[in-house]
Design a protein around this ligand. Structure first.
Ligand code: TXA
Ligand code: MG
Length: 344
C-alpha cells in the first residue's frame, strides 16, 4: 500500500481524509496529545484494520474521539452527572472519560468491554476532521504497537508506511504525551493513565478521586492495570532502557559508574546534567530543562525514538520527581524501561 502524507492545514486534504474514513479505511491525524490512527468508530470492519496496521492485541480498547457533546447520548448509557462536570472544565482537551457504552458501539472498538473511553480533542485539525466526516473516530496512538507514541507525522510514517493509506501532517503535538484517562463507571472516579491533566487538577473540580493501584507500584507486573493497554511494555525504543532515580548528583554519578567501560551507551539527560557525563559516553540526548516539565513531555517520545537511529545498545535515563506532571512522565519512562529502575 502506498502511504500518502499531506498538509493538514489545507482543506482539500482534510476533505480527502474524511472521504477515506467514510469508506472504512484508516487515516492518521494530529491531536494535541499524540498522533492518532483513526477509523469510523461505528464500523467494526474499519476498526479491525487499526489492530492489523498497528499489530495491536485485540483486547486493547480504542478511544473514541468526538467533536460535539451531542454524541454522548448516542455512544453511551447511564452517564453520571460527574461526566458533565468533567466535560465542562476539561473538554475539548487531553482527558479521556470511560463510560458505559451503548449498543451502537461495536465490541471491536471497545476491545470486548461494556465500557468505552471518549475524548473531545482540542486540536483544530482533529476537531475539523471529525466534524467533516460526521462520525465518531476511534483512534489509538498511531505508532507500531509497543513503540513510543508519535508526536510528529514522520514518526507515524516511519512506523506505519505501507500499512495505512493516508497521514495528515499537522506539525508537532502540543502536549507530547497521551491523554489522562479517568474511569467514572466506578463509585469513586479513578485515573487509569496519567497525562497532562493531573490528579490535582481534577480533584479541584470534582473532589477526591483514586489512582489505579497498578500505577503506584514500581514492581514489574505486580498488579494488573485496569486499562488493558497499560499492561503491555510500551513506549520502548529498540535498546533496553533503565531509569535511575534519586538526587540529581547521585543519579549522574551512578550512571557514569554504570556506563564505565561499556560501548554504545545512550544517556537521556537534562540541560542541568549534560555537562557532567563522561566524554567517553557514546551518545547523550538532552530531554530539556528539568524545571520545564511540559517541555520534557514535548521531547520525551521524540528523544526515545532518536536512540533507535543512532544505534545505542543500552539507554540510561534520568528520572524525575513524581509530583504533578512528573508522575505522568515517570509513568512513560518506567514503562519504556519495563520497570527496570535503579534507586540512587
Ligand atoms: O491522547 C490519547 O489518548 C491518544 C490520542 C490519539 O487521542 N490516544 C491514545 O490511545 O493514547 P491508545 O490506544 O494508545 O491508548 C488508549 C488507552 C489504552 O491503554 C487502553 O487500554 C485504554 O486507553 N482504554 C481505552 N478504552 C478503555 C476502557 N473502556 N476501559 C479501560 N481502558 C481503556
Ligand atoms: Mg498507544
Amino acid at each position: 500500500m502506498n502511504t500518502v502524507v499531506r498538509n493538514a492545514n489545507e482543506f482539500a486534504n482534510l476533505k480527502k481524509a474524511s472521504e477515506i474514513l467514510k469508506t472504512g479505511e484508516l487515516v492518521a491525524f494530529p491531536t494535541e496529545t499524540v498522533y492518532g490512527l483513526g477509523a469510523n468508530a461505528l464500523n467494526a470492519n474499519a476498526v479491525k484494520k487499526i489492530y492489523v496496521a498497528k499489530g495491536r492485541p485485540s483486547d486493547n480498547p480504542l478511544i473514541v474521539h468526538i467533536d460535539d457533546l451531542s454524541w454522548i447520548k448516542k455512544l453511551s448509557v447511564n452517564v453520571p452527572d460527574v461526566f458533565y462536570e468533567l466535560a465542562r472544565v476539561f473538554w475539548p482537551g487531553p482527558l479521556t472519560i470511560i463510560v458505559n457504552k451503548s449498543k451502537i458501539v461495536p465490541f471491536e472498538t471497545s476491545g470486548g468491554l461494556e465500557t468505552i473511553g471518549i475524548r473531545m480533542p482540542q486540536n483544530e485539525v482533529a476537531r475539523k476532521l471529525i466534524e467533516i466526516s460526521g462520525i465518531p473516530i476511534s483512534a489509538p496512538s498511531a505508532n507500531k504497537s509497543g513503540s513510543p507514541s508519535p508526536t510528529k507525522a514522520v514518526h507515524v510514517y516511519d512506523d506505519l508506511k505501507g500499512r495505512i493509506p493516508f497521514i495528515l501532517d499537522g506539525g508537532s503535538s502540543e502536549k507530547g504525551i497521551e491523554s489522562t484517562i479517568i474511569d467514572i463507571t466506578s463509585k469513586v472516579p479513578c485515573i487509569l493513565r496519567p497525562g497532562s491533566i493531573t490528579k490535582e487538577m481534577i480533584e479541584k473540580e470534582i473532589g477526591r478521586i483514586d489512582v489505579d493501584k497498578s500505577l503506584l507500584s514500581s514492581e514489574k507486573f505486580n498488579l494488573l492495570p485496569k486499562a488493558p493497554g497499560m499492561k503491555y511494555k510500551h513506549y520502548a525504543p529498540k535498546a533496553n532502557v533503565t531509569v535511575f532515580i534519586g538526587e540529581e548528583s547521585l543519579v549522574v554519578k551512578k550512571i557514569n559508574e554504570t556506563a564505565l567501560g561499556k560501548d554504545k551507551i545512550g544517556i537521556l539527560a537534562t540541560e542541568q546534567t549534560k555537562k557532567f557525563y563522561d566524554d567517553k559516553i557514546f551518545f547523550v540526548q538532552v530531554l530539556g530543562d528539568r524545571n520545564d516539565l511540559q517541555g520534557i513531555c514535548n521531547n520525551l517520545f521524540n528523544s526515545l525514538r532518536i536512540f533507535d537511529g543512532v544505534g545505542v545498545e543500552e539507554i540510561y535515563a534520568e528520572g524525575f520527581s513524581e509530583l504533578g506532571l512528573g508522575f505522568s512522565i515517570m509513568n512513560r519512562l518506567k514503562k519504556a524501561a519495563g520497570y527496570e529502575v535503579v534507586i540512587c
